[in-house]
Design a protein around this ligand. Sequence first.
Ligand SMILES: *[C@@H]1O[C@H](CO)[C@@H](O)[C@H](O)[C@H]1NC(C)=O
Ligand SMILES: *[C@@H]1O[C@H](CO)[C@@H](O)[C@H](O)[C@H]1NC(C)=O
Length: 186
Amino acid sequence: MLVSLLLTLVQIQAKVFCYQYKVGDLDAWGIPTSANPQVYTKWSKYHNLTIGDSLLFLYPPSQDSVIQVTEESYKRCNIKDPILYMNNGNSLFNITSKGQFFFTSGEPGHCQKNQKLHISVGEGIIETMDTAPGPSSSLPASAPSYPTVFGNIPVAPSTSTSPQLTSTFQLLIIGFMICAYFASLM
Ligand SMILES: *[C@@H]1O[C@H](CO)[C@@H](O)[C@H](O)[C@H]1NC(C)=O
Ligand SMILES: *[C@@H]1O[C@H](CO)[C@@H](O)[C@H](O)[C@H]1NC(C)=O
């Protein structure tokens, strides 16, 4: 029970970390190269962003910055009066609401060279835990080993409780063996 709870927590943690997107993927935040002038347009097209996700902008802090601007400023490349200004080189923008978000560089001239990003955030997709493979599903496979250790243990009539019983016994055995191992070292 405790183990499966911990595994579930680990899975949730892993999912949370997966929701951080590096803007531009391999290309860091900067003026697009001539080889890939539409890098940020393409990037936003291929990523579905939802509430709770965050955007990571990576760039040399002395040479660039990130500003969040209005749609109007985005179109006109007006970098005055941004909504948000970030210049530490490792800027995380947390998406906390749905709607349209516009970003560009705070450096003069960069916006004109297509260093700009427009993302559209829709409704968050609620992921159900049912579809994820449960950690307990693998336990019944190893169940047949315990009757030989404990002798004839009556099989529980309900199939849903027996895997838990089995795992508890196995944990006790494993725990006992680990304790015995460490005790023998002392
Ligand atoms: C993004 O979401 C839309 C609508 O839910 C879907 O049609 C589209 O295929 C998704 N795109 C990607 C790249 O997952
Ligand atoms: C986003 O969240 C991270 C960590 O929770 C925080 O360090 C960062 O400052 C936040 N970004 C903004 C723009 O508030």
